[in-house]
Design a protein around this ligand. Structure first.
Ligand SMILES: [Zn+2]
Length: 121
């Protein structure tokens, strides 16, 4: 197998309503060809699965940064999908990743249905 690396891994929900916004965001914020993409319903909601996918991205491509995107009106969250719950889950995912990979940069966003990327800090 050839050795190949990239700098970033972006994770977001499968929801079709967001893909155009995310594609535009990556064109503005990431170098083309510099990122792995993980799509999973609910974004970070199912943390174990997400961590296993990011682990592979790290091992295979030596990523330096993870971008985690949850979004407004997410069907996988249903009634639990308040902005506060999304922010908490994003922060929990960040904490878990920081413990596993202290050298990894982690950016958190809550994506609104109008395309606004709200930074979660
Ligand atoms: Zn969703």
């Amino acid at each position: 197998m050839s050795s190949h690396t990239c700098d970033n891994c972006l994770l977001s929900c499968i929801d079709y309503r967001l893909q155009g916004y995310i594609n535009n965001w990556t064109k503005t914020n990431l170098e083309e060809g510099s990122w792995d993409r993980i799509s999973f319903a609910g974004g970070v909601k199912n943390l174990d699965i997400i961590l296993s996918q990011i682990d592979l991205s790290k091992k295979l491509h030596q990523i330096k940064r993870v971008i985690l995107i949850n979004h407004e009106d997410c069907g996988a969250y249903g009634e639990e999908g308040t902005p506060q719950n999304h922010a908490e889950d994003l922060k929990d995912a960040k904490s878990a990743l920081q413990k596993l990979y202290p050298d990894l940069a982690i950016d958190l966003y809550f994506l609104h249905l109008d395309g606004e990327f709200e930074v979660i800090s």
